[in-house]
Design a protein around this ligand. Structure first.
Ligand code: AMP
Ligand code: MG
Length: 422
């Protein structure tokens, strides 16, 4: 009996011989997932963040015609003076969006605006600031110029027939611009993952209800909703499910029948786990992990019917952290993109950070530039795994790896920023 008790991992232990490292858990998740292959057509305005299903091949040259990069005078490079000056007669004006009928001969030039197609007989543009005007229709040019200067060649940015964006690309704003410049109005993309989620717990009330003693509002569904919303996946919110066999069985079954991914929070900690475990094992193929991390140590992962299942811890901070570290990259991978590599930066710690070796700790932190322009970081508040306000104040996680035995003020630490601005 005393052995039994010792085997149960508790938050008080720093190390657990049965625990997986964060990286091991990620690797197993990645190896298990099969990216979604279904495809659909979407208008370009709906394609932001979507995953391209096929290579995009350019049907045209960009720019479509050789054109002037400057306001100035177009002429034939062969007609430039080798030394001294040469005078040219201005025979026409060329504007963007119009092709000139005139052909430029020796001793002639064309007044040209930026973006205007190069007139026939010209291949070189002299900036307007570099000519000397001799009355209305004559200019003088000196010998400092290069043949072909200030001209953008047709296809210089994108050549007709070339692959512009590869299949698997997660479309960003600039990509939509590039695709629009090629005339694409619709794109073939992978279907979005559909994610169903619910909270478990007898103590949970939905907002709008009145709390009785010992009850709390279900906050996990809202943080999960927000994180899923940011990822642009299809979301099905299945509410709160009581810690009752029938209700849980039905909840898991309903969720897995309608989604690619099922996420639950709560009910996987010691004590509750045995109960939920039985149902999950009956309905799917599950692993019940202890992960050497803080917060967020228990995690259930597996297949539930045809869906991928993540059973996240109940504590509000642990939910967000395990979502960030495991579910977020998994959803990106499922969506058909690649497994994302998280951006890490180094910063100097503004205080000592206590830690025992054995598990990886994620400290909610505030990353900022100090007066000397160097990145510094410190905890955003109390670090209990139920304290969501310090998560709300944080703009990063401070990563303290398994082997780390504490950090002294001024030491450099690795930081995972939540966003690109701080
Ligand atoms: P559990 O893993 O179910 O034992 O939950 C651990 C802790 O997280 C308990 O204090 C729960 O009350 C709390 N908790 C679980 N689910 C939620 C939720 N959806 N919203 C807020 N707190 C929760
Ligand atoms: Mg619970």
């Amino acid at each position: 009996m005393s052995n039994e008790v010792k085997k149960q991992a508790s938050c008080a232990d720093a190390s657990d011989p049965f625990a997986l490292t964060v990286q091991q858990a990620r690797d197993i998740i990645r190896r298990t997932l099969v990216p979604i292959r279904d495809e659909e057509h979407v208008p370009i305005r709906s394609a932001l963040g979507r995953v391209l299903a096929n290579d995009c091949i350019s049907p045209i040259n960009v720019p479509s015609h050789t054109n002037s990069a400057m306001d100035g005078y177009a002429l034939a490079g062969a007609d430039l003076p080798q030394e001294g000056f040469r005078n040219y007669r201005v025979i026409a004006k060329a504007f963007a969006g119009r092709r000139l009928a005139e052909v430029c001969e020796a001793g002639q030039c064309v007044r040209i605006m930026t973006g205007a197609p190069m007139p026939q007989g010209t291949d070189t543009v002299i900036m307007q600031e570099q000519v000397e005007k001799l009355g209305d229709a004559r200019v003088r040019v000196d010998s400092r110029h290069r043949v072909g200067q200030n001209v953008r060649q047709a296809g210089e940015d994108i050549a007709q027939g070339s692959v512009v964006l590869k299949a698997g690309r997660v479309l960003a704003a600039a990509d939509l611009g590039v695709l629009a410049s090629l005339g694409f109005s619709e794109l073939r993309v992978r279907r979005k993952p559909r994610v169903a989620f619910f909270s478990t717990g007898d103590e949970l009330r939905s907002i709008g209800e009145t709390l009785a003693e010992g009850e709390i509002y279900d906050s996990n569904r809202y943080s999960l909703f927000a994180m899923l919303e940011q990822l642009g996946v299809d979301i099905v919110d299945l509410g709160v499910v009581k810690d009752e066999r029938r209700a849980l069985e039905a909840g898991f079954r309903q969720a897995s029948s309608m989604a690619d991914v099922v996420i639950t929070s709560g009910g996987v900690s010691v004590g509750e786990a045995d109960y939920t475990k039985e149902i999950l094992e009956h309905q799917g193929k599950m692993s019940f992990w202890t992960i050497a991390m803080k917060p967020g140590r228990p995690l259930t992962f597996g297949r539930l019917g045809n869906a991928t299942f993540f059973g996240l811890p109940g504590n509000p901070v642990a939910v967000m952290l395990t979502f960030d570290q495991f579910v977020r990259p998994a959803l990106a991978y499922l969506a058909g993109g690649s497994w994302p590599t998280q951006l890490l930066v180094e910063a100097s710690s503004v205080c000592d950070l206590k830690k025992r070796p054995g598990r990886m700790e994620f400290v909610r932190g505030v990353l900022s530039y100090d007066d000397d322009g160097r990145l510094s970081v410190g905890p955003s508040g109390a670090q209990g795994s139920g304290i969501l306000t310090s998560m709300s104040r944080a703009n990063c996680y401070i990563l303290l790896p398994e082997a780390c035995a504490g950090v002294a003020e001024g030491e450099t630490v690795s930081v995972q920023p939540f966003a690109t601005t701080i």
